[in-house]
Design a protein around this ligand. Sequence first.
Ligand code: VG1
Ligand code: CO
Length: 544
Amino acid sequence: MTQFQTVPTQPIEGQKPGTSGLRKKTRVFMQPHYLENFTQAIFDAIEGVAGKVLILGGDGRYFNDRAIQVILRMAAANGAARVIVGQGGLLSTPAASNLIRQRKADGGIILSASHNPGGIDEDFGMKFNGPNGGPATESLTDRIFARAGELTEYRILEAHDIDLSRPGTSTLGEMLVEIVDPVEDYAALMQKLFDFDAIRALFAGGFRLHFDAMHAVTGPYARRILQEILGAPAGSVVNDQPLPDFGGGHPDPNPIWAADLMARMFAPDAPDFGAASDGDGDRNMIVGRGIYVTPSDSLAVLAANATHAPAYAGGLAGVARSMPTSRAADLVAEKLGIGIYETPTGWKFFGNLLDAGRVTLCGEESAGTGSDHVREKDGLWAVLLWLNILAARGQSVDQIMRAHWAEYGRNYYSRHDYEAVPSDRANALIDRLRGLLSDLPGQEFAGLSVAEADDFAYLDPVDGSQSARQGIRILFAEGSRVVMRLSGTGTEGATLRVYLERYQPASARHDLPVEEALAPVIAAAEQIAQIEGHTGRSRPDVTT
Ligand code: VG1
Ligand code: CO
């Protein structure tokens, strides 16, 4: 027999969603009432879930399975009509976004700390997406946080665990629980967007792919779509078994954490195309034989070539990029005569632009790219669009990049991360910069003169909402730029991100090592921000 319970609780400090949901150490999430409080706060902030349909799944990290059982029991006790769960508790973030839209659900809960490592001593996370399939807007996350701060009780059902291992429908109290294949609907969507015949022909012609799923959620998706449907040979997708600790690695697709992939792609017998994805499947990394494509460049190339894919054959409405992302995409948008939007970091800011039909493609420097097909960034989608373009153009990644730079110029780009810096020191660095902003224009640092400096503020052109203090921008007269902000996804101290960009129009100078091309910008950033003085570190912990 099932029994509803109202459990007395009290607010737990710090349940404030960051750039992408609430992220904490797994052990914090496992504390009594922690998950329950936050879940109830979400339900209350959306005015309850009575009679509603929700999507639920996660990236398979440690505690994913337990959290799903708890959330199901709470949804039932709160009167939800139906919860649709990915088999085995798995759903990639873009697949969850798609399911919300396909099934016209009222929203969804995605369990993931994305690119952060998993395990009992690592990170766990939880995000809520609304009926458009996109991340909760800032006003909603503010409401969730406010609700979490005043909670006195939550509702839960006493019941046995639901078997998540087989597709089918069962009941939990009055609520229906529907277990679905996590890949099926997503694969069908991809088939609609791209020229699968052309990609199939590419593989049939001997084109070699190496996709590293990093033991995260994309494994089953990549195996089904790339190998089973598109015919890439078995073994093209590696590390395709999702593991609770991602095999001990960081499921973060960049040259540092996907070092194996980089080594493979720079070896003499390298495959034609390499790619990787992150914990929850929304990020992508693109590598050609002997050439790494920065996410900022990738966005620009995809924008310039999207019409090769059936879904975008009619052209793009516009392009949006997060502020720290390089301005390579701006040059493409300008040439195409379409809109270009600059938003704060985090996918939630793209939702309104996509919903309003103002943009078709969006991207972030952190390896996130996506389109209006869902309301999240989408790792495998980016890989498929690249494959579609490669098939259509019949050129290598290297040839495509060189031609792109020759046409538009090259935006050399790098991000330097200083991780787990004591929060007071990181805040002091940013506060000091804020104080300097008005004096910077006209001053010279490492041979670069400052043209403009500000703390980025965003006015959403669709709903008029405002978001201030989104990152320090320093623009130099030569078209170079430094951006500095603190991460909103870490779980330990503060992470200072320093984004460095330098524009080089001349083809003869498109072959420089990135660090060399950026040297003056790196020196100027240090002189202006006194990074070593504040953090005590003479070099970044991670450079991507
Ligand atoms: C980081 C990235 C940001 C991305 C966010 C979520 O945020 O910089 O571009 O949207 O992670 O991505 P922050 O605040 O740490 O810089 V994911 O793949 O973690 O959902
Ligand atoms: Co992610």
